[in-house]
Design a protein around this ligand. Structure first.
Ligand code: CUK
Ligand code: CUA
Length: 622
């Protein structure tokens, strides 16, 4: 390091980090062409101390059940947001609010995060996600980066297709990956075609109450629905989703679900479905308003597509949708205008399961097959409307022109990208600055940690003449999808207002008290550097004493109204933990079934005397 002086003082750390990432090393007495290129790349991703990243990247945590927040271009991980799984670090899943949201589930599989939109642009307010493992939907508030609501989605198994929001976040559509009988009751697989369904749910979100709700459902055929996207502009009332296993195979899907040459894209008009509900054109099933498309026609159409499609993406101007086929080397560009025309004229080639099938030729605009590109999965867009498609098998991102089909550029990634996330990529106006490849395999990219390696995210610069990988970051499983939003759109709060209307909240140490009602004990306590106060008048204000068998409610308010001073609250051997962020009140409820002496302490390092921030839970034996 001392032999080599960086061009700008203070850049040294960034360059060093980048050098490590790019695997550089050895003596640097001479600047070679490659090392100059490396240094230029290092400058592109270097965010000097005191400055901040330009974008947030909200990345899916897959079967960790969580969401990961990164800064772009530095690719530094900033936060884990627990969503569908408990999290020891924040006490998520232990305190009452989050415990109720999680119910009995201890894991989730989060695939596609979606930022709320206004007029087709990310508005930075909320983040939605679904759980393929346990069929749930969740919403995260982006003022606090905390999960506010989780709902179980009935009649559905694995809402993989979601979440993609409509232009003004009117709906998220959650079609199911696994067909199940309605109500998930037992039905023999011999009766698959008659009894199983692929139910799609239309979910709304009430911002005021921060509540998700299933508005209605549609009983689609028993196929697997894979990915979806909402229309924009001229197609804003519509949405599209890919479906496979239209063969209705019930075993050995890898062979049996790839028999037919064509599967379908489901094209639906949600305004029309909404109207059907208003007009009472639905059945009441398992307490849900369920539209059966074979009974109530209109609003839903099928578009044939090359077999086993995966991604489908609407262009930023809303005029086209692009399907990618995991088994076909081609992407297919379809025209909304042509589709609307065909619907109007009733230009159908027949019906499947009571749903009209449009003619492929009437809706298709072109098939695009870049040379030697294999395994197209997902498409994002740049600021000029050019498509950026991930190629899983040939491990690259290909840039191409949806207007002509011409291949414009390609860049190799390491390795096997699933999705990619472009800057403001799902909006009506992508920024065209960056795209992050979400790679399924890292192989030799990082220091080895044994047979299983991390997944990998690679940042690609889109601003130059050629696309170029400029940074790489390991990521925990599994980066299924991410959205990248301009940082200045997110307005976080720095402390909570102590909620005076919340009967559990107190705002000063003097109000700390322990109230007993029969065998229920309610503790109204405070956390403040560097002590807990549970009972202001007691000889030892930081001690909670109860009888064995008591039901204990600990309501704790962090009255340290200072940014980033979060206190934790853990009780030894009681498997209990929660956190209180500045100004926040949180509640732990448990039965003191174990008699004994249990130290309790602040788990979150908060001051020089953090170690002193402790007390006791004394449980007197019966
Ligand atoms: S999916 Cu396509 S590669 Cu969106 Cu769950 Cu992973
Ligand atoms: Cu409070 Cu550590």
């Amino acid at each position: 390091m001392n032999k080599w002086i960086p061009p700008v003082a203070g850049l040294a750390a960034g360059i060093l980090a980048a050098t490590l990432v790019f695997g550089g090393g050895g003596p640097r007495t001479e600047q070679t062409a490659t090392s100059t290129a490396k240094n230029t790349n290092a400058e592109k991703v270097y965010v000097p101390f005191g400055e901040k990243d330009e974008y947030y990247l909200m990345a899916s945590g897959g079967h960790s059940g969580q969401m990961f927040v990164y800064g772009v271009p530095s690719m530094r991980k900033i936060r884990t947001i627990p969503v569908f799984s408990p999290d020891s670090a924040t006490g998520y899943g232990y305190d009452e609010h989050s415990k109720k949201m999680l119910g009995d589930f201890t894991w989730g599989d989060l695939h596609h995060p979606a930022i709320s939109e206004t007029k087709g642009e990310y508005d930075g307010k909320y983040l939605f996600a679904t759980d393929v493992a346990n069929s749930r939907a969740a919403v995260v508030n982006l003022e606090t980066f905390t999960t506010r609501d989780i709902i179980n989605v009935p009649n559905t198994s694995g809402p993989h297709c979601a979440a993609f929001v409509t232009e003004n976040t009117e709906y998220m559509f959650l079609p199911t990956r696994f067909a199940v009988p309605i109500g998930s009751e037992y039905a023999s697989l011999d009766d698959y075609s008659e009894k199983y369904r692929g139910v799609m749910s239309a979910v709304t979100f009430d911002q005021e109450k921060e509540k998700l709700n299933v508005a209605y459902q549609v009983a689609l055929p028993p196929w697997s629905y894979d990915l979806s996207d909402a229309g924009k502009g001229m197609s804003s009332d519509w949405a599209v989703m890919t479906t496979y296993n239209t063969e209705e195979a019930t075993t050995n899907l890898e062979i049996n679900a790839s028999q037919a040459d064509r599967d379908y894209i489901v094209l639906f008009n949600w305004k029309e479905l909404e109207k059907m509900i208003q007009d009472g054109k639905y059945d009441e099933v398992t307490g849900q308003k369920m539209i059966f498309p074979e009974k109530h026609k209109g609003g839903i159409y099928l578009v044939p597509v090359a077999k086993s499609p995966h991604g489908v993406d609407v262009t930023p101007d809303g005029t086209r949708f692009i399907a990618s086929g995991k088994l076909a080397p081609a992407m297919t560009v379809f025209s909304f205008e042509k589709a609307f025309e065909a619907v109007k004229k009733g230009d159908f080639e027949g019906e499947r399961n009571g749903i009209p099938v449009l003619k492929y030729e009437s809706v298709m605009e072109r098939e695009v097959n870049p040379e030697n590109a294999l395994g197209p999965l997902h498409t994002q867009f740049d600021d000029k409307g050019m498509a950026l498609t991930t190629m899983f098998i040939s491990s690259e991102i290909v840039k191409w022109d949806p207007n002509t089909g011409e291949t414009l550029d390609r860049v190799a990634v390491q390795y096997s990208p699933g999705h990619a996330a472009a800057a403001e990529g799902d909006t009506a106006s992508p920024d065209g600055k960056y795209i992050v490849a979400l790679n399924k395999l890292a192989k030799d990219t990082y220091l080895s940690v044994g047979p299983s390696h991390p997944e990998s995210m690679q940042l690609i610069d889109l601003a130059g003449k050629k696309m170029e990988v400029i940074q790489s970051a390991p990521v925990d499983p599994e980066p299924h999808y991410a959205q990248m939003i301009k940082a200045d759109k997110i307005k976080t709060i720095s402390v909570y207002d102590i909620d005076k209307k919340n009967p559990d909240a107190i705002s000063s140490n003097e109000d700390a008290r322990i109230e007993r009602k029969g065998n229920e004990v309610h503790v109204y306590g405070t956390a403040m550097r560097s002590k807990f106060t549970f009972d202001a008048k007691a000889k030892r204000p930081d001690v909670i004493e109860v009888n064995q068998g008591d039901k204990v409610y600990i309501h704790l308010t962090n009255i340290d109204l200072d940014q980033d001073i979060t206190h934790g609250f853990g009780i030894n051997k009681y498997d209990l933990n929660m956190e209180v962020q500045p100004g926040q009140t949180n509640t732990l409820v448990f039965t003191a079934d174990k008699a004994g002496t249990f130290p309790l302490y602040c788990t979150n390092f908060c001051s020089a005397l953090h170690q002193e921030m402790s007390g006791y839970l004394l449980v007197k034996p019966k």
